[in-house]
Design a protein around this ligand. Structure first.
Ligand code: ADP
Ligand code: MG
Length: 248
């Protein structure tokens, strides 16, 4: 028997979402405990990105409830702002500002959102650039960096806002193979430090190493949710077996 000692930090209950007539998420229940690392996987188009985008309200759901850190998301901009302060997100395509240096990319959000002084913002940004092991790139522009370095800047920028939850949406899918490891290593370190993480990824080695739980989605539904040893060792559904046959 699983014993729960704490309230989930992300709690989705009966969540459905449509894009026009198309139902992309179907009555989903999904929750994440503080400090838990959840790996979200499944075929392309199954709704993984939509699910994680609901968590910081980059998309809106139409049915059910979503609470993050006890705040239930609705149209109230104040609540959305509170939730976004707790949730960092890293995308497949870095989303860095090309006309700003690495240091500016990381420090400007701290000044604009958290109203830090220029000096304090730069110090914090440097701290996190060091943490992802690229302090020496601070003065460069994104165009001068490798893909792996850009993604680590994106991670540093998110971390410098001190989120309680980090969402990753296929952070290594756009990278050349030789750069995947440096980004995954950064994520492994983050996991070791106890960060609550929801990662959409097809990197099954990483999933086994870091995941507390693997959530497998197909056609807008959660089909399986199990610890890695169980999911990889004995998937319960044909759909999961077929998926694993393609990615492993
Ligand atoms: P995944 O991340 O698992 O590949 P997505 O969440 O991106 O899946 O998409 C799930 C489905 O929703 C896909 O069929 C996709 O085409 C559709 N979809 C995603 N975003 C939109 C949108 N903004 N408008 C209409 N359809 C969308
Ligand atoms: Mg996606």
């Amino acid at each position: 028997m699983e014993t729960r000692t704490m309230d989930p930090i992300i709690a989705m209950n009966g969540v459905s979402k449509w894009f026009g007539d198309f139902q992309v998420l179907k009555n989903l229940d999904f929750s994440v405990d503080p400090g838990e690392r959840v790996i979200l996987c499944g075929p392309s188009g199954s709704g993984k990105s939509t699910l994680i985008r609901l968590i910081n309200r980059l998309e809106e759901h139409q049915e059910g409830t979503i609470a993050v850190n006890g705040i239930e998301l609705d149209d109230d901009p104040h609540k959305i702002e509170q939730v976004r302060a707790d949730v960092g997100m890293v995308f497949q395509h870095f989303n860095l500002f090309p006309h700003l240096t690495v240091l500016e990319n990381c420090s400007i959000p701290l000044r604009l959102v958290q109203k830090k002084s220029a000096r304090e913002a730069e110090e914090l940004a440097m701290k996190y650039l060091s943490r992802v092991r690229i302090p020496d790139q601070a003065g460069k522009y994104p165009g001068q960096l490798s893909g792996g370095q850009k993604q680590r800047v994106a991670i540093a920028r998110s971390l410098s806002m001190c989120p309680r939850i980090m969402l990753f949406d296929e952070p290594t899918s756009a990278l050349d193979p030789e750069m995947v490891k440096e980004v995954l290593d950064t994520m492994v370190e983050l996991a070791r430090d106890g960060m609550t993480m929801v990662c959409v990824t097809h990197e099954m080695g990483f999933a086994k190493e870091v995941g507390d739980r693997i959530v497998f989605m197909d056609c807008g539904q959660i089909i399986e949710s199990a610890p890695p040893a169980e999911f990889f060792g004995a998937p319960r559904t044909d759909r999961a077996r077929e998926f694993l046959g393609q990615v492993l």
